[in-house]
Design a protein around this ligand. Sequence first.
Ligand code: UDP
Length: 452
Amino acid sequence: TRLEGLHRRAHGSTLVDPPRSRPPGTHSRPRRVAMLSVHTSPLHQPGTGDAGGMNVYVVELAKCLAAIGIEVEIFTRATSAALPPHVELAPGVLVRHVAAGPYEGLAKENLPAHLCAFAHGVTQAWVDHRPGHYDLVHSHYWLSGHVGRLAAGRWGVPLVHAMHTMAKVKNASLAEGETPEPAVRVTGETQLVRAADRLIANTAKEADELLRHYGADADRVAVVHPGVDLGRFRPDARGVQAGRSAARSRLGLRQDALIPLFVGRIQPLKAPDVLLRAVARLLEERPGLRERLVVPVVGGPSGSGLTEPEGLQKLAACLGVSDVVLFRPPVGQDQLADWYRAASVLVTPSYSESFGLVAVEAQACGTPVIAAEVGGLPVAVRDGVSGVLVPGHDPADYARALRAFADDPARSARMSEAAVRHARSFGWDTAAAATADVYAAALDERRIRLVS
Ligand code: UDP
């Protein structure tokens, strides 16, 4: 079936079927890619505001592409006058700052008005170089896609686009009171699906959504699972249990604590409120747990809504759980690894999630996950093996899942070991190799079209 085909491509070594014939003299690997991330910079701290998984994705993918000989220049909007025109992020990876719109205080919703200025800045970069400087454009999120379409058209190179999230999918599963994505985004995404030479989806499910909701052509959609930095997110060398104990000491947490951890942007879509409600219910049933229950919420505000940190703090107070919840601002990824190691379980009750990097990062550190059965989370978490998938968002179901972690340490330990094994299949080097295959397919198709 269509979906099975997409699965096969995601796991096979060749992501897309190799071109049947390649004209003489073609070389399918780009030397240099223009990567576009208009609304958020790869240099920003993820876990707050508009910076999240996509930032991590762009940074890690670019570094691994550079390591296999594909240079990457990432264009992003300058958010301060003090930023230099370009910064070397890693060998072979350059971040270019483009002035477009006011430096500060520009909401993502108002960005479309400044896309022309951004596109101008991107196409100007070409002026400084010889023709053919970029072999391909890879855009991330629909706003970048529009600039990518223009730049790729001007330069005569293929456009590879990754949606990361899609308005139609998001609107189908909004949290209560959340504002739907506007029609202009739906129209923009539909245009992009038609314009892109290749679309990269995080999972087979996302690929299927592109086909069903946006009428994408299956031959132009490739599935590439995102990765995880397995060097950074790993259990302690002494093993998962010893590592948990050491991380708890470093973070000043008691050794016998039950620690359900939330990591991510504080926004309705991520449903940290569902975790707090589940914790309140767990404590009603098991008041004895209170003195050893710690619920860290690591991340910063994003957008607006009831679940901004202050809103969440109020909710915790209303539910009578303020004493067990620890609110922590976003932290760098090394410190985040310690939070994962220290936790008993990561909880991701999201309403929608195109993949859910935090779920794989936690597992890579040896921490199982309780995840909502939405979006990419069923790929990120192996239900019953490396964690538990919960259908829906009823706090009672999450409380039940938490109770199982409190009551059955042997099962938790088994899941921890399985989590480490499961996460090992998600390396960024694998994702970069698969992405390079998508680039090759897009380039070869163009060349075949040009010579025929
Ligand atoms: N993150 C971080 N520090 C924090 C919280 C989150 O670096 O304090 C990172 C985390 O490591 C992950 C990303 O932010 O890579 C969040 O990605 P995810 O796919 O889970 O969610 P998204 O933000 O894309 O919705």
